[in-house]
Structures are given as structure tokens and as C-alpha cells.
Ligand binder design. Sequence first.
Ligand SMILES: Cc1cc2nc3c(=O)[nH]c(=O)nc-3n(C[C@H](O)[C@H](O)[C@H](O)COP(=O)(O)OP(=O)(O)OC[C@H]3O[C@@H](n4cnc5c(N)ncnc54)[C@H](O)[C@@H]3O)c2cc1C
Length: 474
Amino acid sequence: MPSKHPSRQEMPCQDPGERIGNFNEVALGFSENHARLEASRCLNCKNTPCIDGCPVGIDIRAFLTFVVEGEFKRALEIIKEKNTLPAITGRVCPQEMQCEAVCTLGKVKNGTPLAIGSVERFIADWNAMHDTGVVIETPPRTGIEIAVIGSGPAGLTAAGELARLGHEVTVFEAFHRAGGVLVYGIPEFRLPKDVLEREIEFLENLGVRIELDTVVGKTVEIQELLDDGFKAVFIGTGAGLPRFLGIPGEGLVGVYSANEFLTRTNLMKAYNFPEYDTPISVGRHVSVIGGGNVAMDSARTALRLGADTVTVFYRRTVKEMPARSAEIDHAIEEGIQFRFLRNPVALIGNEENRLVSMKLQEMTLGCLDASGRASCEPVEGKFEKVDTDMVIIAIGSDVNTICTSSTCNIETGRRGRIVAMDASQRTTMEGVFAAGDAVTGGATVISAMGDAKKAAKEIHEYITSGTSSNETSS
Ligand SMILES: Cc1cc2nc3c(=O)[nH]c(=O)nc-3n(C[C@H](O)[C@H](O)[C@H](O)COP(=O)(O)OP(=O)(O)OC[C@H]3O[C@@H](n4cnc5c(N)ncnc54)[C@H](O)[C@@H]3O)c2cc1C
């Protein structure tokens, strides 16, 4: 008997054997037919759990209806009301933990949730390909200047929201390219940089100005921006400071932080050597430490750069891995090996100070921690040694405090994170707001965007009502 609910359309992908030899995008995207078939699976639930599951509240049911009807431009207009970066979120959001996690189709017996992210990506790509020129109506310009620090998802979202309200927005970015982690962290094979450029161009068409190579806290200070006439400042400087293991041997040749390895490859385009003169030397037997998206990106990048073997060492099990499930699946298909319940305790070098091996401790799972994830503990006396000539450490990152250390008015908390009020995202400095990884620590693209939207709304309120930021949020 045919199933009552048609099955989920699978995302077509480059063949694993082929893709490990290039940096082209792995997931090829839905065709028009795929997208319409997938959208037609929507049950049009009255209570729309998917919208509640989306951190920026996109009207998912409405855009799916337009996709079924082939009205792709209308579908994009619906998405853009809430999300200025759909080609990006459609590619990198952990949908299985958000909108798709609560989709009713996934709750029925043997059911699979609607592939909302893949349809969202299709809509963004289709409109770009057909140059439909979706225009966002903006009110008359207010002439009010606002400074945004950092051009990652938080900064770009705040800038877009404020420009849509008619304000004059200038983004100050430390690097020579805009995009934050989207440009220096996430590799081309997951997020092609022309997709990002398209989304940034959309913001520039809304009137957003971007000033590159400007390190706020060094080139200019927050107080100077306010003195120069910016009526409010938004900080979205992310969490780009790598964490290390704190074990012997981390200074050996062949040991990298994931941040350095990925920045060299993506931002400096080491993968495009000799066209770009920034080669990176990759070991034959590469070990990646960690279990998140950063670890998966590092492992798959090392493989593409020519490593013979790449092994991910994670101190918990596959069940606790924070990486998106699609990235874990893709890594397995590509031949990345996994060793679970292993934690490095020493990195060992030769007489030339080059890494040659690593000492690992066996781990075991313990009780659930505050986040509901199993903790892990060392198994006493159980060690092993593995040969490796490159280690990439991908165990998280902290906030770089260059921006905030130039003023004593902004309170920071644990690991340098900026203290911002939950509801308003305001900091302890008058007229200064913050969101994204700089506040939460390393999180997700969509959570950075969601909080940046809240901040933009509050900034608008603050500059148009003429009250102090303390008054507006009380
Ligand atoms: C390799 C990697 C893979 C990831 N994969 C995913 C994924 O698949 N899905 C997902 O949802 N999330 C993923 N994440 C997490 C996600 O990218 C971040 O949560 C998100 O980018 C945070 O956005 P943000 O704008 O707060 O910070 P960022 O993206 O870090 O942007 C901050 C920007 O501020 C700039 N800046 C910093 N200091 C200054 C200063 N003093 N002056 C001026 N500019 C400054 C930085 O150069 C940077 O451009 C990944 C992260 C990494 C590192």
C-alpha cells in the first residue's frame, strides 16, 4: 500500500570519491521539481510548530505554499521578511535541531520531517539565478548613523535590519573580507563564497556601508565612534580566539588550532595554491581533536589538501557530537575515521621538534551535565599512543576582547563574553548593544542572527524614542 505521506526528497550530492579531490560544493541543491515535491508534503498544520522552531520566526508554512504553486519570488519575499541571509541559513543551519525537529511529518510513525532547509536554499538560489531582483521596501532615510562592529552573521543581520528601518549603517570589519566565520571558517565546499557575496551585495543595495581592515579597539575606539556622531553601536565581534588543550607538546611543528588552519585555507585561499601564494603544509596522518562543525570542517579540509588518513578523536561518542548530522554523514562517506572516547594528554615530538605521535587517554561516559549531554571521565591507567604528523585542535573558541578592552564601560563575564541583557541585548555602556558569539560564546549562525534582530529592534527604539538604553529596556 503506498504511504500516506510521500517520502522526503534527498539532497543530491557530489560523489564522495570525486569530491575529496576538489573544493566545490558537496550538496548540489534541489531542482525545481524536487523543491515543489518536497514542499507539497507540508501538512499545513494550524499550530505551525516549524515557525516556533525557527529562531528568527520565518513563516515556513506560507513560503512552502508559494513553492508548491511555483511562486518562487513570493516565497523569497516571505523569507526575507524575517531572514536576510537565506542562501546561507539554508545551507548551514542545524535544521534537525530546530524547525525540522518539530515538524509534524517527523512525528508520525516512520515519518521524516520536511526538508525545510533544502527548500529554503532552493528558493534563495533560484531567485539569484533568475535575477528576480526581490526588493525590500524601506521607509524614507532617517539620516541617523549607526555603527556595527564585525561583519559575521550577527553584524550583517543587525546592519540589514537597521538599514531596512531607514537608518545609515556603517559596518567596521577587522579582516580584509566581510562575512566573519562564513568567510574565514566554513569551507568553500559547504558554503561557496559567491553565495555569501550575493547576500552581502543585497545588504549593500539596502544602503549598508562596509569598512574593511578596521580593528575597533585599535584603529578606532567605541567611544570615538559615539563622539563622531554614531547614535548607537552594535557589537558582533564573535568568538574567534582558539582554545587549546593545555597539554605538553602544543608548541610542536605540525600542531594547529582549527582557527588558524581554516583561516589559512579559506580566507588566504591556501587550497588554491599556486594561484594564491599562501600554501599550507598538511601532514600524511592528520588527527583532529573535537566533535563539532569546526572539527568536521577541519578534517574534510585536510583530506582535500592531500592527507593520506584523517582521524577525528572525540572524548564522547557519536551521539554527543555537536556537529550537524549532515556533516558527520558526509565526513564518514568521504573516508574520515572516527575514534570515540579518546582524549589527548600529550603531543610527542622528535629531535627537530616536529610532531610524531600523540598519547591518548581512554574516556568513559558519566552522568548527564546541565545541558543534558553525557559528561565524560578518564578511565584510570588506560592510555594508548598513535602515530600522527599533524594535529588540528578544534575544541571551541573564546571571545577576543580587543574591541571591548579599549573601554572600561562594557562589562564582560566568563571567558571574555560581553554581558548583554537577554531581552534587549544592551550592554552596560549607554548606546551600545551586542549579540552573537561575542555574547553567547560559540553557537550557531541562526542564533547569532536571532539575537541581532532583537538588538536592532531595540536600537531603533532607543534612537527614535530619545530615551537612554537603560530606560528603553526596563
Ligand atoms: C569552522 C566553523 C564552522 C561552523 N559551522 C556552522 C554551521 O554549520 N552551522 C551553524 O549554524 N554554525 C556554524 N558555526 C558557528 C557560527 O559560524 C557562529 O556561531 C557564527 O558565525 C557567529 O556569528 P557572529 O556574527 O557572532 O561572529 P563571527 O561570525 O565570528 O563574526 C565576527 C566578525 O567580527 C570581526 N571582528 C572581531 N573583532 C573585531 C574588532 N575588534 N573590530 C572589527 N571587527 C572585529 C571578525 O573579524 C568577524 O568577521 C561554525 C563555526 C566555525 C568556526
